[in-house]
Design a binder for this molecule. Structure first.
Ligand code: ZN
Length: 377
């Protein structure tokens, strides 16, 4: 079922083509599969149509230049539903779930309660330039998607087969390529929040994708540092980080032919792990077949190590950094971290972290690496 998406630019590997279907309120659902042909059923729910005006706003913080997404409708979103009401479990009757089908492998659909959407206009969106105006407000243009990794409510990403994890990597790649090609989209962010401690309101294994109309604060900061590094040394910051970590070996967790996982030198979070492809790639769609397979396997082994760390499913955030193919310095990588700082204590973002974005951590990155090496195989 893997074949080339006609919308995708020629790349080093074929990305999967989704089977697209409409949901009852006009949103789009995309079925991805490698073993079976998806068979979407009709969505018979009586849902209010999606608003024709974007219900969310962007406001620019004049102090920092950061954009804030204001999305009051998200107060209404589904909150910890009972198992039999799970909106991510497949439902062949099309009456009780977001996924009208008897079963599925991986599905993606537009979030019913999005922080960003394209409701207000089809094309032509551009962010207002910074001209000194202190009250810049724009529609919340963009797109928010939900990605279900499995139809099994009790599954977790760590428990997926390598083949399914690879399909998810390819789905992220296909969505990234599609969304980056759309008008007004500046950055595509694939991520997974796992665990109630992170604030997850649905336990079914899933992640999300945000297509932002702006560059996020962390991306801007990293690119600025990479440009400064280029000016000072003539080389790419992330290539140099990977080479230095590999040479030292002190914080390396896994190193394979195509992929390296390590605890970063200045880790901010408990159990922080970064995963890089060994060759400079800018987004998941640029990986070769062998690199994508390898990345999926290393990612799985880190997540399985996470769950062995304290003997229970570790709450974590998995955050993918991707860039356009023509981005000069950007380097595809995953940043994973947890709020679990010991078997029975959570790390809270308090004064220094929340008020100043200045992290204090109570474990050295070398100790984190030593602890994780014991559980990652
Ligand atoms: Zn479910």
């Amino acid at each position: 079922m893997i074949d080339t998406d006609p919308q995708a630019p020629p790349g080093p590997r074929a990305l999967p083509t989704p089977v697209r279907a409409p949901l009852a309120d006009g949103r789009e659902i995309l079925f991805f599969a490698q073993e079976s042909e998806p068979v979407p059923a009709a969505d018979h729910r009586e849902l209010p149509p999606q608003p024709t005006e974007t219900p969310t706003l962007l406001r620019r913080d004049p102090q920092t230049g950061d954009w804030v997404m204001i999305a009051p409708a998200r107060q209404l979103r589904t909150y910890k539903p009972p198992r039999q009401m799970c909106p991510l479990c497949p439902d062949p009757s099309g009456r009780s779930s977001e996924v009208p089908a008897a079963d599925y492998e991986v599905v993606v659909f537009e979030n019913r309660f999005p922080s960003l959407s394209t409701a207000h206009r089809g094309s032509g969106f551009a962010l207002t330039a910074d001209d000194g105006d202190l009250t810049v407000e724009q529609p919340g243009h963009g797109r928010c998607e939900v990605v279900c990794f499995s139809s099994d409510h009790e599954a977790s990403f760590a428990g997926l087969t390598p083949e399914r994890a690879r399909l998810v990597v390819d789905v992220w790649a296909q969505r990234t390529t599609d969304l980056l090609g759309r008008d007004g989209v500046e950055e595509v962010f694939c991520f997974e929040n796992r665990g109630e401690a992170i604030g997850v309101t649905l336990s079914h294994p899933h992640g999300q994708i945000y297509a932002y109309p702006f560059r996020t604060h962390r991306t801007r900061t990293m690119i600025r540092e990479a440009q400064a590094h280029r000016a000072a040394t003539g080389s790419n910051l992330f290539e140099d980080i990977l080479a230095a970590e590999t040479a030292s070996g002190e914080r390396i967790l896994v190193r394979t032919e195509h992929t390296t996982a390590f605890v970063p030198f200045a880790a901010r979070w408990p159990a922080e792990v970064h995963i890089y492809p060994n060759r400079h790639r800018r987004h998941l769609g640029e990986l070769t077949d062998a690199e994508a397979d390898d990345l999926a396997r290393v990612y799985l082994s880190v997540l399985r190590g996470y769950d062995d760390l304290y003997g229970f499913p570790l709450p974590y955030i998995a955050s993918w950094h991707q860039y356009r193919s023509d981005a000069a310095e950007g380097y595809l990588h995953a940043e994973l971290f947890s709020v679990q700082r010991s078997s029975d204590k959570l790390k809270y973002l308090a004064g220094s972290e929340s008020g100043r974005d200045a992290f204090v951590t109570d474990k050295t990155p070398e100790d984190i690496a030593a602890q994780l090496r014991e559980v990652i195989r």
